[in-house]
Design a protein around this ligand. Structure first.
Ligand code: G1P
Length: 293
């Protein structure tokens, strides 16, 4: 029985949709209220049992390494000033039992290429891929945890999907699955960012994958696809010819934090349940809505 303990976080993207904010700051470090997007993604993986975190990064993303490292100067300062709550907050970002590895992707050649960069660290075991842009509030059970359950039962690759507007097919990998009500379905095909007329269904891939190691051979045989990049979707389509792959219509709410509106929506939703600001923020929002009425 294979177990998933490693996760890849592709974080080398340029974040051009959020310029100028992302000129010198990684988009993954943008906060949802007070916690960077990448920390939300890492916490989801932690809750799902991941203990080894592999970040595919680039020269402009050093802040991510710093965020998950200790900061002696800050910690000593907080300690001296008796700010124990804040000290616990910065020291508790990751438990001491987990490990992080950082691999540089020298040029942005796509999600498939980013995943391939981690090959040496993942010889022959299944692993997760988590895209921090997609912030998912799974409620009681995170999206990745739900996927782990499906993997444990099937030992097959699992891709998280959700219903999308037909007109949005060009933004997603689209899976070919029967549109029945079952939450788990075997996929019959997958295509990256098709035109609405060519989309095999209305189910789009969100940024959560559990993949078997056979994907690496497929990635090595995958040439440039949509957008001139090496697409993970194309390698998954190849893998499908050799192994079954499952799609999971997960429970939960996904926020597309790669878009400005999705980011704002997530900020509002998370502020409304943030223990420190929720009450006041609700009043603030009410005032805004009243002013607009
Ligand atoms: C990537 C994948 C796409 C998937 C999406 C989910 O696209 O290539 O298949 O649907 O993530 O967020 P990107 O958003 O990086 O263009």
């Amino acid at each position: 029985m294979m177990k998933v303990t490693k996760a890849i976080f592709p974080v080398a993207g340029l974040g051009t949709r959020f310029l100028p904010a992302t000129k010198a700051t990684p988009k993954e470090m943008m906060p949802i209220v007070d916690k960077p997007l990448i920390q939300h993604a890492v916490e989801e993986a932690l809750a799902a049992g991941i203990t080894e975190f592999i970040f595919i990064t680039s020269s402009s993303k050093r802040a991510i390494e710093d965020h998950f490292d200790s900061n002696f100067e800050l910690e000593a300062n907080l300690f001296e000033r008796g700010k124990h709550e804040q000290l616990a907050l910065v020291q508790g970002i990751l438990p001491p039992t987990v490990s992080c590895a950082y691999i540089r992707q020298k040029s942005p050649q796509g999600l498939g290429h980013a995943v391939l960069c981690a090959k040496q660290l993942l010889s022959s075991e299944p692993f997760a891929v988590v895209l921090a842009d997609d912030l998912i509030d799974g409620g009681k059970e995170s999206c990745l945890q739900q996927m782990m359950t499906v993997f444990e039962q099937t030992q097959a690759s699992v891709i998280a999907v959700e219903k999308i507007l037909p007109s949005d097919s060009k933004k997603y990998g689209i899976v070919d699955i029967a549109s029945n009500t079952q939450p788990v379905a075997k996929i019959a095909g997958i295509v990256e960012k098709p035109e609405p007329a060519n989309a095999p269904s209305n189910f789009g891939v969100v940024g959560r994958y559990i993949l078997t190691p056979a994907i690496f051979n497929m990635l090595e045989q995958t040439s440039e696809g949509s957008g001139g990049e090496i697409q993970l979707t194309d390698a998954i389509a190849k893998l499908l010819k050799k192994e079954p792959i499952m799609a999971l219509k997960f429970h939960g709410k996904r926020y597309d934090c790669g878009s400005k509106l999705g980011y704002l929506e997530a900020t509002i939703a998370y502020a409304l349940k943030h223990p420190e600001v929720a009450k006041d923020f609700q009043l603030l929002l009410r005032d805004f809505v009243e002013c607009m009425a």
